[in-house]
Design a protein around this ligand. Sequence first.
Ligand code: G3H
Ligand code: 13P
Ligand code: ZN
Length: 309
Amino acid sequence: MPLVTTKKMFEKSMKEHFAIGAFNVNNMEIIQGIVDGAAKQNSPVILQASSSAIKYARINYLKKLVEAALEEHNIPIALHLDHGPDFETCKACIDGGFTSVMIDGSKYDFEENITLTRKVVDYAHDKGIVVEAELGKLAGIEDDVNVATEEAMYTDPDQAKEFVERTGCDSLAIAIGTSHGAYKFKGDAKLRFDILEKIKEKIPNTPIVLHGASTVIPELVEMCNQHGGNIPGAKGVPDEILHQASLSGVSKINVDTDLRLAMTAQIRKVFSEDPSVFDPRKYLTPARDEIQKTVEFKIKNVFGSSNKI
Ligand code: G3H
Ligand code: 13P
Ligand code: ZN
């Protein structure tokens, strides 16, 4: 099956109330782990590369690795640019064979975000490629942030409607309390489902994307720490909350941190248990297996996309 855009998978996800996992990729083992896991679950999947991942792996290598995955498996796979910082990066990915790009204009003010997003949408749509945009600020909510400042960071439902109408974007990343990385919450994890509901009322036909949505799987954090790591107090979005999001209109759930933890935990374990190991296959094999296991668990038990191809 050739690479697909996210259009059909999102349509199905909105109709049947499940979410599609979008997993960040940097190398062969990560791609294999994700795609093998998704294929075992007979699930659509989105592979996404950030601009720093593209700098690291190089666009042609990523493309060819994904092509190899497509030859092996018969599931819908989209290749997506994550957090495209500017028009030029989006254009390079579209020209390089990606089927979806994100233009992240969330650092700009509303009007500038619209202008930049519109420019990317015009270029992408002309070539049959879809565009994810972002509205709202995804920073972690610190303890000392006052209520007014906190509210201002969340996506405003009325603005979301205007933004989607004026940009023509295909999907929208929103801010409802998640943040990137391993330290998402100081106290209890909490997402603003009330805001999500209002956004869905305003833009019922636009697929919604949740960034910063790793669980920060406690067993993996513990495994890293047990084997020489130092990641104290890491905390993510619990599976039950992500499951609720996937039932409440979120179509795409972004996961990077959990796969980093999966890979690192297994590599640390091998090294600490046998310091004589120096064959990369000895530690990359369990790392790849842990990624596959993690992806399968999420697809099956959290996102609900098993057998949704
Ligand atoms: O949201 C960002 C992703 O986790 C990618 O991170 O820029 O370090 O590749 P990166
Ligand atoms: P996490 O850091 O929670 O995995 O989020 C990843 C992400 O949003 C990639 O765009
Ligand atoms: Zn993100």
